[in-house]
Design a protein around this ligand. Structure first.
Ligand code: PFF
Length: 536
């Protein structure tokens, strides 16, 4: 297979690449937003439980299955399942594992372009122009007011930046595993951490900048996020668990099929237990230690609680923070480096979304690197164009994030953990995981992997369906069932044509992915039969 020789060039390189995938907009925008929304303490308890019960185990599962697939010459989830399970249906179980990241890329790159665009606009001073209305700037930059409104190409529009960022991703991915992804992450990750530390230093030394508002201090800003509140009452809220578990998936990049592909480029006896733990720990440091201490406290100090409340995931970064930077001493330079930080975090993540697709096209269809990069470029360009055009209320992006970024993710994560714990068997899985291991995982994780993780996952998934599809309010005494907007957008009295079109688009791409997987399977079966013939 054309790619069999590709490998990471060093241990640190692969850890940085996996950490690069994990550390992204999720750490600096999504996490602080959710933690603030659900009120600190209780959210953090559910978050750490999810980390230990689904995040870390799934991470080990992906590292182990990936390295094992790589040993057999496969790098994409369909290929790896085909090799490990030796069943005709196995490859189809892996479809989601290359499909999901590729589809997420289609909108993630859109937000990545905002980051670059905002960095440039901070640099040129546009974001510091007196009287600039930040919300209006955001709306016209991203096109949230009207479909087609973002298809413009001045520096105050997303267009040029989107094209640059899109091409940049493909240039790096074309350079390959060690010369492309690993190189980028080796520079970007330390740079990102350095920038985050500088900004953190700035935020934590702001004191009480406005004497007229003595409550808006650094300590109260931290308290807004971290004070425990009524933890027990919080933990009784199922939505908080859904949000916390969802954040763990998203943030660690587990369950998407990304880590499994990255791990397939390990060498035969490279450690996976410690490396997986290190990459996850790096992500948690960036998320809880850096992301959690920068964004919300900074906004609180200048704008107070009212400035933070009710902000969507990304709005916090793009609507609120530019306003904060204008009021901060030395704000322009901090604005530039903050958006550069977001951009670096985003690009190391978006690269990881492309590699599973490239690996699949190479090994499944036998395409060379140029051809697979070109084909994947074409497919993702269509999707990104779609998201870019249908920008009103960010509807297309939001719809894809729901159906693919959340629903399919649960399915793929459950498949992964069941294959590991039940099909391969937890004893054999455990043995594989510890080959070449530099530390042993605590042995109660055998039990966790076999029973707790799948049950927890299924439990959370069922709750998610009950809430987001059936619209149950989680009340036993006065239950109401009101399908969520994602459902009524499709079948309600007042459907959204864009949401319908988006789901149609997802359906067509899923079908396309299934057909390609079928063709790939024919190829792999023929190769296997030829090998067997040679041996007899
Ligand atoms: N982990 C990334 C973040 O925190 O922003 C997002 C991400 C990366 C999601 C890779 C999915 C994925 F496949």
């Amino acid at each position: 297979m054309a790619q069999a020789q590709e490998a990471w060039s060093s241990r640190l390189g692969v850890i940085l690449a996996v950490a690069g995938s994990a550390v992204g907009l999720g750490n600096f925008l999504r996490f602080p937003g959710l933690a603030a929304q659900y009120g600190g303490g209780a959210f953090m308890v559910a978050y750490f439980v999810s980390l230990l019960v689904i995040g870390l185990p799934l991470c080990w599962v992906e590292w182990t299955l990936g390295r094992e697939g790589g040993r057999r010459g496969f790098h994409s989830t369909p290929g790896i399942f085909h090799a490990l399970l030796d069943r005709p249906w196995a490859r189809h179980l892996g479809v989601i594992g290359f499909f999901t990241p590729v589809v997420i890329y289609m909108y993630y790159v859109y937000v990545e372009a905002w980051c670059l665009g905002y960095a440039v606009n901070a640099l040129t001073g546009r974001l510091h122009e007196p009287g600039l209305d930040f919300r209006q700037f955001f709306a016209s930059f991203t096109g949230v007011n009207e479909d087609g409104a973002a298809l413009k190409f001045s520096t105050s529009d997303v267009g040029i930046f989107l094209i640059i960022v899109f091409i940049l991703n493909f240039v790096f991915i074309y350079r390959g595993i060690s010369k492309g992804i690993e190189k980028v992450c080796t520079y970007a990750m330390p740079a990102l951490i350095l920038i985050a530390l500088i900004i953190l230093g700035r935020v934590l030394t702001l004191g009480t900048p406005d004497p007229a508002k003595p409550d808006q201090t650094v300590l109260n800003g931290l308290g807004y996020l971290w004070n425990p509140g009524n933890v027990l009452a919080g933990l009784r809220n199922p939505e908080l668990w859904l949000a916390a578990a969802g954040q763990i998936f998203f943030s660690l990049s587990v369950g998407f099929g990304v880590i499994i592909t990255y791990a397939s480029y390990l060498r035969r006896r490279d450690d996976v237990v410690l490396s997986g733990l290190t990459a996850s720990a790096a992500n948690e440091f960036c998320e809880v230690g850096l992301g959690g201490l920068i964004t919300v406290p900074a906004a609180f100090i200048f704008l107070g609680a009212a400035g933070i409340a009710g902000q969507g995931t990304f709005a916090l970064g793009f609507n609120v923070l530019p306003e904060v930077f204008v009021r901060m001493p030395g704000g322009q330079i901090f604005a530039v480096i903050f958006f550069v930080l977001l951009f670096l975090a985003a690009i190391t993540s978006s690269l990881s979304m492309l590699q599973p697709g490239i690996a699949f096209l190479e090994e499944g269809l036998g395409l060379g690197r140029k051809a697979s990069v070109a084909l994947l470029g074409l497919i993702t360009a269509i999707g990104t164009l779609f998201v870019w055009y249908f920008s009103k209320d960010l509807k297309a992006m939001d719809t894809i994030d729901f159906w693919v970024g959340t629903l399919m993710l649960f399915v793929q994560a459950t498949i992964l953990v069941i294959i590991f714990g039940w099909r391969i068997g937890v004893n054999e899985g455990w043995r594989l995981m510890h080959e070449g291991a530099e530390m042993r995982a605590p042995s109660f994780y055998r039990f966790v992997l076999k029973y707790i993780t799948p049950l927890f996952l299924i439990g959370i998934f069922v709750m998610w369906l009950l809430r987001n599809v059936a619209g149950w309010n989680f009340s036993f005494s006065a239950p109401t069932f009101q399908p969520s907007g994602y459902i009524t957008d499709l079948i309600g009295a007042n459907p959204s044509p864009v949401a319908r079109l988006t789901v149609g688009f997802i359906a067509i791409t899923t079908l396309f992915a299934l057909i390609l997987t079928h063709l790939a399977g024919n190829r792999w079966n023929a190769a296997r039969a030829a090998r067997r013939n040679r041996h007899t």
